[in-house]
Design a protein around this ligand. Sequence first.
Ligand SMILES: *Cc1c(COP(=O)(O)O)cnc(C)c1O
Length: 391
Amino acid sequence: MQFKSFNPPVRTLMGPGPVDVHPRVLAAMNRPTIGHLDPAFVGMMDEIKVMLQYAFQTQNAFTIPISAPGSAGMETCIVNLVEPGDKVIVCVNGVFGLRMKEVVERVRGVPVTVEFPWGEPVDPQVLEDTLKANRDARFVAFVHAETSTGVESDACAVSEVARRYDCLTIVDAVTSLGGSPLRVDEWRLDAVFSGSQKCLSSTPGLSPITISERAVQRIRDRKSSVPSWFLDLNLVMAYWGSGQRAYHHTAPVNPLYALHESLVLLSNEGLENAWARHRKHHLALRAGLEAMGLRFYVQEHVRLPQLNAIVVPHGINESELRRRLLEEYSLEIGAGLGALAGKIVRIGLMGYGSNVKNVLYCLAALEEVLSEMRLPIDKGIAERAVHAALG
Ligand SMILES: *Cc1c(COP(=O)(O)O)cnc(C)c1O
């Protein structure tokens, strides 16, 4: 058989991730592979840890990228912390809370789920009621930025309730890191995981995590050994920690160059500036969408700027809409998941992809395709609204 090189089409990625990768990040990925124990590489690993501490706003020494995607970061936090029989309150307001519950079950923890309607945040009061009824709970797990619905929960308030009941928090910050305020130390979060391909807009396949001193102590005090060799933080930290490095696995050398570059970009821009940029382009997109008569699925005060869940207008076939955007405009947006399949589309404005050009391109493509699908839209109305919003 004869195969040819794979050349991916050029896309604009405005879904739930991966998103457009900065050219400097792609260029970094192309640099020559060196040994993972090469002193030059070890120096770069140390810089990644420092820049991740900045991105997470933490002094935690246990702040590293796991060599696998966001879900592996989730699994790392749970397999290291939760022992068989440990009760974990899992807040579920979308797909990723459900995933955490499944992981807890697999390590033979005892999940107690608190459900919230999809499209709404975690309610700290309801969580508190659950904690009152479960005084033996040891952990509270929740999703800070629920990418499946576009909702932000108040991580500071959830953490405060959890601490009052002496629970450690396990926090999915996959979509919040770099895109909207996340302050690990100030909010006293314990085990927080993220992903490289969302608001850091690096390539997929790495999961930054950070673990508080309290949580590190809990891992040290375990009665049983961590039921995963690859994700065992005692072993991983002997590889990523300071001092003499013990070989554990071969770090994904080039993807780490990419992550390093994306963190250089973030630290040069400044975290607060990056948060403000995400907000600004969200507001611009909102102005355009609303001018076209489209509606958000989520109430304004809990909307994520980096993930816009839009109600599919009556009479519009959602999968045809996305297919045409992809085929005719090479533009990817996300589908609704689970109960929201067919009902919403998800427009990501994450990391490098959160810019005016993407906002205008997405609105122009939506205007064309929706008009052809017989939704009445005034030509140019969205673009004018964007310019008005940007001032
Ligand atoms: C994308 C995402 C994940 C999973 O990350 P992968 O890199 O796909 O494994 C987990 N949680 C949230 C909130 C996400 O958006």
